[in-house]
Design a protein around this ligand. Sequence first.
Ligand code: SAH
Length: 244
Amino acid sequence: MFYMETFNFTKIGLIKSCYQEKFGIPRQPRLETESISELILLPPYNDLNSIREIEQFSHLWLLFVFDQTQKANWKPLIRPPRLGGNKRIGVFASRSTFRPNPIGMSAVELFTTKLKNNKVSLLLKGCDLLNNTPIIDIKPYIPYSDAIPNASAGFASTPPNTPFEVYFSDTALQQCQQFAADYNKGTDDLKLDLKKLIIQILQLDPRPSYQQQPSDRVYAMRLYNFDLRWRYCENGTILVLELK
Ligand code: SAH
């Protein structure tokens, strides 16, 4: 007799983030320091009591569902980007989004809590989550237990290299300043440094490793409500072409 136990979790909230597609999202949280995401609590969890004293914590664990990879089949072996996309390791030895249970976890910075028009939300920095990602739990990050300074992590023991310098075309710079000015006008919370965010995202080099040879191809990713377009120059720099 084969028993299968299944569990039902409800989403307690969802993330509003700048990332509108998977391509380009940093591969771990806090690799960029500038994105501002809002975790909106959903009824009946949108009770201020449920987050009472949460501001004592500078960082939180988010548990979420990889809802955009859910339907894909998982495999026991995966090829992590950090190993150049060639070497295979076990799914449980990886942070792949293709898992038997598509659950993600990210430690992110809590900036503040917010109550507006009966909407309870948390403002967060450094989320590696797609816009509208369903959140299934929030827990405080507890440094004395969660941080392990002498832990070893093999191929992932240091953050990814960021070898690129990023330049903006005149058009891109102007569009960037305009977007940030409009964005920051509409908010009294946290000010967005869009130029810094774009630089940090591109320095992480979103290209899959098999595409990392020189080419004059133009790349694009969807951020907020625009397409960020850039290319890799022969001198090893990145040029941001436009925010369309
Ligand atoms: N820190 C998490 C996620 C690591 S993978 C963990 O370790 O579990 C990070 C990648 O997840 C991002 O680069 C993005 O491509 C992908 N991602 C983010 N939100 C997603 C979603 N809702 N569905 C599917 N993939 C998602």
